[in-house]
Write a protein that binds this ligand. Structure first.
Ligand code: PLP
Ligand code: COI
Length: 365
């Protein structure tokens, strides 16, 4: 039930924030997901009181009971979005309403309360205001925001909880992929699927990522960067990576991406690139593409490029693909031309270097 209530946030500044010189050192090379800002947002929900007790407070551990429902049945969802430093010193978000809507969709699938879009946006605004000095100014840098919500009730019955904790933390980010390689390598998971029909594949819930970790470890053990999942029913159709959607670029200039059908996360980067491609007059197909077709097209040259896309990874070329029954390179195994164009175009809009024709950028200050 989405109540349209407006909360005011109690703001408690960190009494001993990280010193500016230390922070600047950390921001020079933040990596991904390792450094955290001074503050966090907390909002509570209970069936009896609805959303309440909204706070911005010093970031720190939280105490939960060992019988806390999320520890047992994994009722947890999250989002990922970035705050960018604009050329004039201002700060922007990219399509945050889309994250808010997807968060509500994920909540519905996990039988959790749907946070109103405006409340989600307010929570982001509050945290970015408190921690704006943590936005890196290095090339490609941003402040990665991680809103999440979990069942906080102390109860072991298998049913939707009556109490939830919504939180937002922030982490300065540089490149998601380490190393200097211009393209990533993929391992095709033969044994495991990420999501099945009727499952939670379209929701951004922690459980999906837990299920992806073993196949992702196998990918690493095979010397690849990322796992690519096939559909659960036929084990034939390419779906997505552990944390990114996927696109294919063909020699006739057209592009394709697997269709959303409940098993794939509806990526905001995916949707934005589809729009930019259509704007540019590129023929775009949302259609199924099999692993065998992918190998045949890469070998014949019909497939020119493939790329992964998502908030964390932005737009990244896929150079090679391996599995127990496939082994192929895409193009020259490096960065694709159209891929690079998309990456440049998208990041220019996000960072205020190019016109925002679709009203995607939300300026915060
Ligand atoms: N697919 C998965 C499984 C993801 O975790 C992500 C990252 O959020 C994406 C796709 C890309 O989604 P977005 O572009 O909204 O970040
Ligand atoms: C994101 O791109 O925001 C993701 O969630 C991918 C990964 C870091 C889980």
């Amino acid at each position: 039930m989405a109540t349209e209530q407006k909360l005011s946030f109690a703001v408690r500044q960190h009494p001993g924030p990280v010193a500016a010189a230390t922070r600047d050192e950390l921001l020079a090379n933040p990596g991904f997901g390792k450094i955290f800002t001074d503050h966090m947002v907390v909002i509570r929900y209970s069936t009896a009181r609805g959303w309440h007790d909204a706070e911005v407070k010093p970031r720190g551990p939280i105490e939960i009971d060992p019988a806390c429902a999320v520890l047992h049945y994994a009722q947890e969802i999250f989002e990922g979005l970035k705050a960018y430093r604009l050329p004039d010193g201002g700060v922007s978000l990219f399509r945050p309403e889309a994250n808010a809507r997807r968060f509500a969709d994920s909540a519905r699938r996990l039988a959790m309360p749907e946070m109103p879009v405006e409340m989600f946006l307010d929570s982001i605004r509050e945290l970015v205001a408190a921690d704006r000095d943590w936005i890196p100014t290095i090339e490609g840098g941003s402040l990665y925001l991680r809103p999440f919500m979990f069942a906080s009730e102390t109860f072991l019955g298998v049913k939707p909880a009556n109490e939830y904790l919504f939180m937002v933390i922030a982490s300065p980010a540089g490149a998601y992929f380490k190393g200097d390689s211009p393209a990533v390598s993929l391992w095709v998971s033969d044994d495991y699927s990420r999501a099945g029909p009727g499952g939670t594949g379209a929701a951004k819930c922690g459980g999906n990522y837990a299920a992806s970790l073993l196949p992702q470890s196998q990918a690493i053990a095979e010397g690849c960067d990322q796992v690519v999942f096939l559909d659960a029913a036929e084990h034939r159709w390419v779906e997505e990576l552990g944390g990114m959607n996927i696109f294919f670029v063909f020699d006739d200039g057209s592009i394709s991406t697997p269709p959303l059908g409940g098993t794939i996360l509806p990526g905001i980067t995916r949707d934005s690139l589809l729009t930019l491609a259509r704007d540019a007059g590129i023929v775009v197909r949302e259609e199924r593409y099999s692993i065998d077709e992918w190998q045949a097209d890469a070998k014949s040259g019909r497939l020119r490029e493939a790329f992964a896309c998502g908030t964390a990874a932005v737009v990244t070329s896929i150079g090679s693909v391996r599995g127990t029954s496939v082994d192929f390179r895409i193009g020259n195994g490096g960065q694709g031309l159209l891929t690079e164009k998309f990456r440049a175009q998208l990041t220019a809009i996000q960072r205020g270097h190019a016109p925002d024709q679709h009203d995607w950028v939300m300026r915060l200050s």
